[in-house]
Design a protein around this ligand. Structure first.
Ligand code: NDP
Ligand code: 8X3
Length: 252
């Protein structure tokens, strides 16, 4: 029987690449995001290419009622979830603490922290039955704070702490918990961060070869396919031009 993966934020970037990677490996997919058209296009392309089933769920991870309504009431054939990838997330702005927009702070905390908590709690009864696996997408921003990164960095430090807490508290259920913390990856991330300013977003990736979403998908595939008795706890990954969230070497 095919395994089932649930990926939040699968309408673009890492989530979309992870969906494609696991579909290629024969897993059935539950994919979620807010943008219905984009999500359904991801599902249609995957079903055309691979003999797997997909279930697309459109909701905002910040909306606690919607998260529980959608996930607690999954059709019975979709409840045997083996792997949850908490990926939906975003940065908004890159501003010094005294100037940063407080609505942006709340959106980042509500999405990156509370959304992850709601999703995990809603899916947990199914994961417990399967002795499943949780992969949380953190960031190098969750390992070192950088200038003007304030609340985005704080939200990813929270993901790091929540991952450790889940691993301890869920030990009794034999659930694996892994965090993947990437450095810079060229996706829609910077376009979202800079609120549609394409030139500013593109500039983030000039002068070096950044990671690609497929690199994160390959890593998720690896950690999901180690032997049953092995749990990869924590992976920090960057491109060769980057040492950590502060030091990035750009060619002139
Ligand atoms: P993208 O912007 O390409 O993808 C983000 C995904 O999250 C989209 O599918 C988006 O879908 C979804 N999403 C955002 N907000 C919500 C919400 N409120 N409810 C439901 N879904 C939501 O960025 P990435 O793929 O790069 O980012 C994925 C994760 O990786 C994020 O958690 C990010 O913080 C993290 N990360 C990114 C890095 C990078 O450099 N790119 C590096 C390290 C970590 P939709 O808009 O349709 O809802
Ligand atoms: C995304 C990477 O460096 O913009 O988490 O924080 S960074």
């Amino acid at each position: 029987m095919s395994k089932i993966i649930l990926i939040t934020g699968a309408s673009s970037g890492f989530g979309k690449a992870i969906a494609e990677k696991f579909a290629a490996g024969g897993w059935n997919l539950i994919i979620t995001a807010r943008r219905k058209e984009k999500l359904e296009a991801v599902a249609a392309a995957i079903e055309k290419k691979y003999s797997v089933k997909t279930l697309s769920l459109v909701f905002d991870v910040r909306n606690k009622e919607a998260v529980f309504q959608q996930l607690e009431n999954l059709p019975s054939e979709w409840q045997a979830i083996n792997l949850l990838v908490n990926n939906a997330g975003l940065a908004l702005g890159r501003d010094s603490f005294e100037n940063a927009n407080m609505d942006d702070w709340e959106t980042m905390i509500d999405t990156n922290v509370k959304g992850l908590l709601y999703t995990t709690r809603a899916v947990l009864p199914f994961l417990i039955k399967q002795q499943g696996h949780i992969i949380n997408i953190g960031s190098t921003a969750g390992k070192e704070v950088y200038k003007d990164g304030n609340v985005y960095c704080a939200s990813k430090h929270a993901v790091d702490a929540i991952t450790k807490a889940q691993r301890i508290d869920l030990l009794q259920y034999k659930i694996k918990v892994t965090a993947i913390h990437p450095g810079a990856v060229e996706t829609e991330f910077s376009l979202v961060r800079f609120k549609g300013d394409a030139a500013k977003a593109a500039a983030v990736y000039v002068g070096y070869e950044s990671l690609q979403a497929e690199d994160i998908a390959d890593t998720a595939w690896y950690v999901a396919n180690v032997p049953k008795h092995v749990c990869i706890n924590d992976i920090v990954m960057t491109c060769v031009a980057q040492a950590n969230s502060i030091y990035l070497h750009k060619d002139a």
